[in-house]
Design a protein around this ligand. Structure first.
Ligand SMILES: [Zn+2]
Length: 251
């Protein structure tokens, strides 16, 4: 366990600067641009899940590429819940003098909320809805509000500004968008293109090879490996579960 934990800590994506795994940069982009990116990438997550669930084998969304790596539906449920938790944290930060955020218990939720059995269409819809609601709460923040501090649990217990929470949430979405697409590319069955009986005169209408997954999106590095993170240091007891597939975390 200890070795695994050490490894996980060393592999944990950054919470400042540039993330080499997904390309997110905490130092670029203004508030509006960051929120726009978050909403767009949430839609990408939603679409990837929907598309895979509508494919020849719906169960692919529930397949873990490795025992310790979450499935696409588990990641999508996580992203959906992160967006809600972070929106509530914005409200808490604005309402309280010295906000202390409760951990979201990301690993506990996987089992408690039965992520693997949830309906892909409902998850996809809720994910997009939560992203819009988060965006609406974030877009209206004023500069003095963005600088307000709250005690955050990840990766270590530390005061963080609301502005950082917005960026960290955007990183979370971008990182997991990358995970979801990559996992689906691994587990989806290859679709064998139907042989064309005759070369059709109008190529436009021909059934093209329909890639099931989003394809090798960007030539991104392999981040879907067991880039797990255990319970964050300073976080809650966390149940000691080492099971995870997350890269970033919001706890
Ligand atoms: Zn990242």
């Amino acid at each position: 366990m200890e070795i695994s934990r050490e490894w996980q800590l060393s592999e944990r994506p950054p919470v400042d600067g540039y993330c080499e795994q997904c390309g997110f940069n905490y130092d670029t982009g203004d508030l509006q641009g960051t929120v726009t990116l978050l909403i767009r990438q949430s839609a990408d997550c939603s679409m990837a899940l929907t598309k895979a669930a509508a494919g020849p084998d719906q169960s692919v969304v529930r397949l873990r590429p490795e025992p310790e790596v979450w499935s696409a539906i588990e990641y999508a449920c996580h992203v959906r819940d992160v967006l809600e938790v972070q929106r509530l944290r914005i409200a808490q930060c604005l309402a309280e003098d010295r906000p202390v955020y409760a951990p979201m218990d990301r690993t506990g939720r996987v089992k408690q909320e039965k992520y693997e059995t949830q309906d892909p269409a409902e998850v996809a819809a809720a994910l997009v809805r939560n992203a819009r609601e988060f965006g609406a709460a974030a877009r209206v923040l004023q500069p003095h509000e963005l600088g307000k501090l709250g005690l955050y649990n990840y990766p270590v217990r530390a005061p963080r500004t609301l502005g950082w929470i917005i960026r960290h949430t955007a990183h979370e979405i971008q990182h997991h968008r990358h995970d979801i697409i990559e996992i689906l590319a691994k587990v989806e069955p290859p679709i064998v293109p139907k042989p064309k009986p005759e070369p059709a005169p109008e190529d436009e209408s021909a059934e093209g090879p329909q890639d099931g997954a989003e394809g090798p999106a960007t030539a991104g590095p392999a981040a879907a490996g067991p880039a797990a993170d255990g319970p964050a240091a300073g976080g809650p007891a966390g149940g000691g579960s080492a099971e995870v597939g997350e890269g970033v975390s919001v706890d």
